[in-house]
Design a protein around this ligand. Structure first.
Ligand SMILES: [Zn+2]
Length: 238
């Protein structure tokens, strides 16, 4: 036991140089944050991008004063989903958690907790996207290898839900339904495994929404809060 305590203490000391402290209370509301995301995406879609907060001044000020991102985004790692670009934002604006298939396994949920709890971002967006190869692989029964397996396992329930709700769907239709179900699945996994996130939502400090990015048009379609959110927030078994 003594050894374990010593190891934990060592880890805490080693981590002391990392900025875990919040940068201060964010003045922005969830509605204001969502407006910035929607306005930025509208600019991107219509080729009117303003590239805000991408200059040396912004880099210097965030390096000196710390970060105060106004939104947490869980998105896929797909190179066609460049989150800051598609929302037309810059340095220090978005806390982006990217992983193939935008799943919410433990490391992603931990990162989300850091952003919503320590940094106080007022919104969490789970951003799926069209033509997602990770979701398509699971929907098509591809053999997954190595460390991709836990990602596939996290996507499986979404594919099962898509099949159940769309019994006749196959091919691209099934994949499209699975991509949407996978957004809800990630939100539900966050709520199921993260009392910290649940508390933030219950106390009105955080809004959680799903969204879908179209890699052909650049448009983000907003899906709203999870239809099961109230049930998930009141789950006593967590
Ligand atoms: Zn993807």
């Amino acid at each position: 036991m003594k050894t374990r305590v010593a190891i934990l203490t060592t880890v805490m000391i080693l981590c002391a140089g990392f900025d875990w402290a919040a940068s201060g209370a964010l003045a922005m509301s969830a509605d204001e944050a969502m407006s910035l995301l929607k306005e930025g995406n509208a600019r991107y879609v219509s080729s009117r991008a303003q590239y805000p907060n991408q200059g040396v001044d912004r880099r210097n000020s965030t390096a000196t004063k710390g970060q105060e991102p106004f939104a947490t985004i869980l998105s896929c790692s797909d190179s066609r989903v460049p989150v800051e670009v598609l929302f037309d934002r810059g340095v220090g604006d978005l806390f982006v958690v990217r992983v193939a298939g935008n799943v919410a396994n433990v490391d992603q949920t931990g990162s989300i907790e850091f952003a919503v709890d320590h940094l106080g971002t007022p919104v969490l967006v789970v951003l799926g996207h069209t033509k997602c190869g990770a979701v398509a692989a699971v929907a098509q029964g591809a053999e997954l290898r190595g460390n991709i397996i836990p990602i596939g396992k996290a996507i499986c329930p979404a594919v099962a839900t898509a099949r159940k709700n769309n019994p006749s769907a196959t091919g691209e239709t099934l994949v499209n339904e699975a991509i949407k179900a996978n957004v809800w699945q990630a939100i539900e996994d966050v709520f199921r495994t993260s009392p910290i996130t649940v508390d933030r939502v219950k106390s009105g400090k955080l809004k959680v929404e799903g969204a879908l990015y179209d890699i052909d048009t650049g448009l983000v379609t907003w899906m709203g809060p999870d239809p099961k959110q109230d049930k998930l927030l009141s789950d006593k078994t967590r």
